[in-house]
Design a protein around this ligand. Sequence first.
Ligand SMILES: [Zn+2]
Length: 111
Amino acid sequence: MSTEVIDPKSLDRHECSACGYVYEPIKGDDRRNIPAGTPFEDLPPSWRCPVCGVPTSKFQNVGPLNSPSGFKENLGYGFGVNTLTPGQKNLLIFGGLILVFLLFLSLYGLQ
Ligand SMILES: [Zn+2]
């Protein structure tokens, strides 16, 4: 029994050197029936870049998705709310999102 559970976020992404398309293991490739969570190394040999059609040998490893500069961290530091508790931060972030959502709703309502 060697059922290994791999976190797709820890898998390396690969960028097409010809067109810049990035294969993300977390998403897979819908158009070629590659299920989400498939490592680049496990792609079938027949797999090609969905954008420009070059083979896997033209792809470069660009590392996993979870880099140190995550979106959430930036959001927190950007607004200078480091002194807030996580609960307060969440309230601030989600409260802001809800405000923006309501604003959009009211804009659409006016049209
Ligand atoms: Zn390409």
